[in-house]
Design a protein around this ligand. Structure first.
Ligand code: GDP
Ligand code: MG
Length: 597
């Protein structure tokens, strides 16, 4: 296809504002998929994405469109994830396209992820077409929302297109606007091949599939290609495009987006942002490198049943093949036995991986407290990255500690502003900015990531009845007075419950944890002290009283099948517990104990 007849774009939106529905409508209106094959949210392919209504992996689709001027165009849509954990995937796919549709729900208005995503598009020099969605709803207020787009984002919304992705109103205008308002890509067809590796994932049948954007030259089936980052070479055995099902083609030229397969075994061997060229007569001029996605939240994953360790290893290795941003290494815990210390982009990412292990591989897991990476400066000048509070070195050798901070942007209706400020304050936040747009406030806070990774988002949703939106970016490391808090159950330290806390909050957190654990751990035949301690000094204590002996006799007599059933239940319940010394601690305790209310 001629460059002048290609348009590459993405859709940016806050979650639930209708990005996937709009994408479906564009696919349908260009007859890319026969009506009988159309199912809702075609691009959200993974089950877990469907269930949670989020898009995780960037997806792409090629649409053929005959415009009102009679010309044929190829439109390449890259669907980007909308969740804050996957901001990095948004940024990388943005570099492969020239424009964005900015979708804003006209019953809601601009939200935190609208801002975060549109600024990524602006950073990538995109032309932006604002789209006001859900105009079929009575609460739709297009004038107010258009004004908000101008006030808050600072882009011209006079040409905003009013659509209903649900009923199809306005979709034709969107397609025309893509053709007329978004720029065509540029590229030199005669130059050596230069392609950008936009994304890659593992397919059970084809091996690693690599999504590419051709910048210059041509990529053909049978070519020998080279990855500039590591010099590895491969034989291209397949080239194609997504419509959205895979369709093989013979060649991709400048400005085009498509995939290649080349018998690559692991996603890890393909670096996003890498430059792909020909092995012979290739370019040596690499595209500006992308930063690899770095895990920021770490936690331990242990099998409830220690016999399932090898199954867990297998599951983790398989998942890691397809997700280069997920890291893992083996970990042993005195209390939990063998498991893995895993790194994630954020809490949603953690939940998604944990769910997949439990569901797809059928392994019950104990998840230990999530932790961020602390920088520990030793007295001898060395800096250690601490991924696991259990590995905290001897304090006498430590000079100081630094923790990661974020800049959080929260948009919230006025009525809830007080609650949001209090929540941020409670989490050691420093207010940076507070502005108003209509009846919504936008607050910007500097917060420790540690205070956010755990349950901040849940708390924010609950104090604002779901009306707040939230987004963040990492800003850097700062020194603070942080200590490791240990929990002792029946005088035994349970390393999986160790956390890093701010010294000023340690007593409060310790007390809260002990109280929670007291409720979570079932009573035993003996008294169980539950303590929180810092460096051997106990700062909080609860005691779980002993069961009275005769309670166990309660199913004496009665009929035998009932008794058997009860015993089976007990056994099943036991399976969900882990023994620490003489004490059984239920699985959910490891997470629940850390939640703050
Ligand atoms: P995404 O999170 O941005 O991908 O949003 P979705 O496309 O999943 O849409 C979120 C919800 O809004 C779904 O329940 C859609 O059916 C609904 N929705 C999307 N567009 C419209 C629209 O134009 N009108 C109405 N009434 N509902 C819509
Ligand atoms: Mg979606």
């Amino acid at each position: 296809t001629e460059l002048t007849h290609i348009r590459n774009f993405s859709i940016v939106a806050h979650i639930d504002h209708g990005k996937s529905t709009l994408a479906d409508r564009l696919i349908q209106d260009t007859n890319t998929v026969a009506d009988r094959d159309m199912k809702e949210q075609l691009l959200d392919s993974m089950d877990i994405e469907r269930e949670r209504g989020i898009t995780i992996k960037a997806n792409t689709v090629r649409l053929d469109y005959t415009a009102d001027n009679g010309e044929h165009y190829v439109l390449n849509l890259i669907d980007t994830p909308g969740h804050v954990d996957f901001a990095y995937e948004v940024s990388r796919s943005m570099r492969a396209v020239e424009g964005s549709l900015l979708v804003v729900d006209s019953t809601q208005g601009v939200e935190a992820q609208t801002l975060a995503n549109v600024y990524q598009a602006i950073d990538a020099d995109h032309e932006i077409v604002p789209v006001l969605n859900k105009i079929d709803l009575p609460a739709s207020d297009v004038d107010r929302v258009a004004e908000q787009i101008e006030d808050v984002i600072g882009i011209d919304a006079s040409g905003a297109i009013q659509v209903s992705a649900k009923t199809g109103v306005g979709i034709h205008e969107v397609l025309e606007s893509i053709v007329h308002h978004l720029p065509a890509p540029t590229g030199n067809p005669d130059a050596p091949l230069k392609a950008m590796l936009v994304d890659s994932w593992y397919d059970a049948y084809l091996g690693v599939i690599v999504l590419v954007r051709i910048m210059d030259g041509h990529l053909k089936k049978g070519d020998r290609i080279k990855f500039l980052s590591n010099g590895t070479t491969h034989h291209v055995d397949r080239i194609g495009v997504f419509r959205p099902a895979m369709q093989n083609i013979d060649v991709l030229g400048p400005g085009e987006i498509g995939f290649l397969t080349a018998s690559i075994k692991q996603v890890r061997d393909t670096r996003v942002g890498d430059t792909i060229t020909h092995e012979k007569k290739g370019t040596e001029d690499a595209l500006p490198g992308f930063k690899p996605a770095q895990p920021v939240v770490f936690c331990g994953l242990f099998p409830v049943d220690s016999a399932e360790f090898e199954d867990l290893r297998d599951a983790i290795e398989k998942l890691a093949l397809n997700d280069a941003s997920f890291s893992y290494e083996m970990e042993t815990s005195a209390a939990l036995g063998f498991g893995f210390r895993c790194g994630f982009l954020g809490l949603l990412h953690l939940e998604v991986i944990r769910d997949r292990i439990e569901r797809e591989y059928n392994i019950d897991l104990i998840t230990t407290a999530p932790s961020v990476i602390y920088h520990i400066y030793m007295k001898d000048g060395e800096m250690i990255e601490l991924h696991n509070p259990a590995d905290m070195p001897d304090l006498s050798k430590v000079d100081h500690l630094e923790e990661p901070r974020i800049k959080a942007t929260i948009l919230v209706p006025d009525d809830y502003l007080g609650d949001v400020l209090k929540l941020c304050q409670d989490r050691r936040g420093i207010q940076l900015d507070l502005t108003y747009a209509g009846s919504r406030a936008m607050v910007v806070y500097d917060l420790p990531l540690n205070e956010v990774v755990f349950d901040f988002y849940d708390r924010l949703k609950s104090v604002t009845k779901g009306y707040a939106s939230f987004d963040y970016q990492m800003t850097g490391y700062r020194e603070d007075n942080l200590v490791k808090m240990q929990v002792l159950v029946n005088d035994e330290p349970v390393d999986a419950l160790s956390t890093m806390v701010h010294r000023d909050r340690a007593e409060m957190r310790g007390r809260a944890m002990c109280e929670k654990l007291k409720d979570l751990i079932p009573r035993h035949m003996f008294k169980i002290p539950i303590q929180a301690a810092i460096g051997g000094k106990v700062i909080a204590r609860e005691t779980l009283s002993a069961l009275r002996k005769d309670v166990t006799a309660k199913c004496y007599g009665g009929d035998a099948t009932r008794k058997r059933k009860l015993l089976d239940k007990q056994k099943a319940g036991k399976k969900k517990m882990r023994q620490f010394g003489k004490v059984d601690i239920p699985q959910e305790a490891f997470i629940s104990a850390l939640k703050m209310d």
